[in-house]
Design a protein around this ligand. Structure first.
Ligand code: HEM
Length: 551
């Protein structure tokens, strides 16, 4: 009996044949969708499934429809599991059984404590440097993987993770653009906004924000202040100013901007769900499901509208979004290809620019408090550069204090702003990493936070030693160790110089003007151990006390 007959017989009450036909259909369905990136049409598939189910109820009645649907789904899932375990191109890689079958395994691990990077560490401890962490995902803990995945000649594109907000390159941000060529072209508009000349226009405005920060620290002299929150206020205000030419007013009010609140409130959920590449895609397609972000989305859209009206296209752009608008106005090929893409880019400005800088600044302040001798050393360099006090501050002066950069670099080594992000997909021909061949079209994760603390390449790996980037560089073989807090290559961070500028300005202001110590009852343990892996990092509170140094 062939398949059509089977369906007919089902219609005539032959339930068993119907169930078998549905199961067969399930297997055929799985085999036929295997070559495509099905995660990107999952939402459509689900919608079609619901319609088909309703049609089946109409044709066969509820009970039979249920039976056929269950049979179809069990067959699909069994076929997927058998294929992934026994026939998949990644089948020979070791890893937990659950991870080999489904990415929901990673979601479950992430949901435990939202510290997926720790789970990755455990898996690498158990299975070695190459672990199958998803059906077609390998996590690699090898220094040699870095240039192959992120180097200038890498042929690896962004992984399927980047398709989770939709896979239309005309509508998504630069960060979610997976196609090499599309990305390369769009990157030019961004890079103009971070040129040396553009940075020169940003510097005095960042300094003005740092001075507002200084006023708040002085006002709260000796009182505990949550630096996870205040570092965020600083960096959001900087990105408001440099990203949009707008005052977000966090530093003055001491309150988080309402548009950002919703984003932060949903960061944990985002961190868990984004481990399954299609889950966010499906949810974001359901009207109302992303309500938590709606204020942030409409805020950014409003900012773009406002800019369109107020921006003088003849003037030299004063902020990053104006650089993107200029590309649109000039009909430059690098311009965001649609209004939706421009809006998405504006959201990236805030998220990519603020969260990362804030967590790094909070991290640096943590180390100031934790390592008083390093704090003293940094203060000596700053005092030498400004013997008569902070009034002598200039960016030129602090930029040439190598220890300030060493301090920031070491913070970024121990506390990178992206703990496990930045996965890449191997080219169709695959990728050879040392003696291991990774098959083509496989997502590869390089857990940066583990790599940057790996004792195989880093001496006294868990200790905060800024000198490893300076006087002890040769002795500690720093240049040979894997270090990529801003990632590397074509998709690396375009905002690196801006971030470094903000961090130098803020850290030099704080260390020059204040003694930094843990507040009473704070020992930094939670800040050290309880950071959440939500693509960017979510920090627990860090209560510090600031006492003025001069007078
Ligand atoms: C300490 C601060 C910062 C750190 C550690 C950092 C780190 C990173 C990393 C690791 C990536 C690569 C992400 C990936 O591969 O998916 C990235 C991308 C990006 N960053 Fe940053 N970043 C920082 C600050 C900034 C700032 C201030 C901006 C300014 C808006 C910015 C804008 C971006 C953008 C637009 C991308 C996407 C680039 C692309 O896909 O071509 N970042 N950043």
């Amino acid at each position: 009996m062939d398949f059509v007959d089977a369906v007919k017989s089902a219609a005539h009450g032959d339930v068993l044949h119907g169930v078998a036909a549905a199961a067969l259909l399930g297997i055929i369905f799985h085999l036929s969708i295997r070559p495509i990136e099905f995660e990107f049409i999952m939402y459509h598939f689900m919608a079609v499934s619901v319609l088909t189910f309703v049609g089946m109820i109409y044709a066969f009645g509820l009970l039979k429809a249920l039976l056929f649907a269950v049979s179809f789904n069990i067959a699909v899932l069994t076929s997927i599991a058998v294929y992934r375990l026994a026939f998949h191109r990644c089948r020979t890689f070791p890893g937990p059984l659950g991870a080999k079958v489904t990415k929901f395994y990673a979601a479950r691990l992430s949901a435990k404590n939202v510290q997926y990077y720790k789970e990755l560490a455990k898996m690498h401890g158990q299975y070695g440097d190459f672990v199958r962490t998803g059906p077609r995902e390998i996590s690699v803990l090898r220094k040699s993987a870095v240039p192959l995945l992120y180097g200038p000649n890498s042929e690896c594109r962004k992984s399927t993770w980047y398709g989770q907000t939709g896979n239309d390159p005309k509508k998504c941000s630069i960060h979610m653009t997976r196609d090499f060529e599309d990305h390369r072209i769009r990157r030019r508009a961004w890079d103009r906004g971070f040129s040396i000349k553009a940075l020169g226009t940003y510097e005095p405005r960042i300094k003005a924000k740092a001075d507002l920060f200084k006023d708040q620290l002085a006002k709260h002299e000796g009182q505990p202040m949550d630096m996870s929150a205040w570092a965020m206020f600083f960096s959001f205000d900087v990105m408001g100013e440099i990203g949009f030419g707008k005052d977000f007013n966090n530093l003055v009010s001491g309150v988080e901007h309402s548009a950002i609140k919703g984003v932060h409130a949903h960061m944990t959920m985002l961190g868990i769900m984004s481990t399954v590449p299609w889950l966010l895609n499906v949810l974001s397609s359901i009207p109302g499901a992303a309500a938590g972000y709606s204020e942030f989305f409409s805020f950014c859209a409003g900012q773009i509208r406002e800019k369109h009206q107020t921006w003088d296209g003849e003037k030299y752009p004063q902020d990053i979004v104006s650089w993107l608008l200029k590309a649109v106005k000039d009909k430059d090929v690098s311009a965001p290809p649609s209004a939706a893409a421009l809006e998405d880019d504006s959201r990236v400005v805030i998220i990519a620019g603020s969260e990362t800088t804030a967590t790094t600044l909070a991290g640096a302040l943590y180390y100031l408090a934790k390592c008083p001798s390093k704090q003293k050393k940094l203060q000596r360099y700053l005092d030498d550069a400004m013997p008569a006090g902070y009034s002598q501050w200039s960016y030129e002066k602090i930029k040439s204090i190598p220890y300030l950069d060493d301090f920031i670099n070491e913070t970024l080594r121990l506390r990178p702003a992206l703990l496990t992000g930045g996965a890449r997909e191997t080219p169709a021909k695959g990728l050879q990493i040392d003696d291991t061949y990774i098959p083509g079209n496989t997502n590869v994760v390089v857990p940066v936070s583990l790599l940057q603390r790996d004792p195989r390449w880093w001496q006294q790996a868990d200790e905060f030693i800024p000198e490893r980037f300076g006087d002890l560089k040769e002795e500690m073989e720093t240049d040979k160790a894997p270090y990529l807090p801003f990632s590397l290559g074509a998709y690396s961070c375009p905002g690196k110089n801006l971030a470094q500028m903000s961090l130098r300005i803020a850290l030099s202001m704080i260390a020059r003007n204040f003694e930094v110590a843990f507040a009473e009852g704070e020992d930094g343990q939670a800040f050290e151990k309880e950071i959440l892996d939500t693509f960017t990092v979510t920090l627990p509170p860090l209560r510090l006390r600031f006492s003025p140094r001069d007078g």
